[in-house]
Each structure stands twice: as structure tokens, then as C-alpha cells.
Design a protein. Structure first.
Length: 96
């Protein structure tokens, strides 16, 4: 595997972890019917930062993030990428 592909896979892995942190902290929500749809949750992003920092302190992400700043920056990017307020797929079905 080439170095560029490995770096892309590592970055995608970090983004997936950040997304799961945000979902666990209720900053993002995952549709119960459409697992690939993620949208804004009810909590503030600071809750995801706190949860991520707690897990990082517990050694849960050892070897994943280079430091806390990298982790919080990726959490921020992931949350900003999912700013919808509902599942668009469910909304489309309801409208029809």
C-alpha cells in the first residue's frame, strides 16, 4: 500500500472516531432508520471535546491522534460537516 493511501485511511479513521465521539456526546445524531445519515444533535460541541479528552486521558485513542488539539480540530470539522437538523431521507418520505 502506498504512503498516500495509508495517510488517507488514517485520516478517515480519525474522522470516524471523531464522529462517534460527537454522536456519543449527543452533539450529532444518527438516524435510526438510515445509518449513513448524521445530523446535528441537541448538545453543544464542547461536550464532544470533553468526552474526547476524557477518553484520550484514559488511553482509549493511543496511537490515533497526535495530540488533543488534533482530536478537537477533527471533531470540529466533523460536526461542521453535519449541520442538518433532521434526517433528509426520513423528511423526504414524510413529504411524499
Amino acid at each position: 500500500m502506498g504512503g498516500a493511501k495509508r495517510m488517507m485511511e488514517e485520516e478517515e479513521g480519525k474522522r470516524n472516531i471523531a464522529m462517534h465521539i460527537a454522536i456519543e456526546a449527543n452533539v450529532l445524531e444518527q438516524c435510526e432508520y438510515h445509518e449513513d445519515v448524521i445530523y446535528a444533535g441537541s448538545e453543544e460541541i464542547e461536550n464532544a471535546y470533553k468526552l474526547g479528552n476524557h477518553k484520550l486521558s484514559q488511553g482509549e485513542f493511543e496511537g490515533v491522534f497526535t495530540d488533543r488539539r488534533e482530536m478537537t480540530d477533527i471533531i470540529k470539522d466533523v460536526v461542521e460537516d453535519h449541520q442538518g437538523d433532521k434526517c433528509f431521507a426520513c423528511a423526504k418520505i414524510i413529504e411524499e
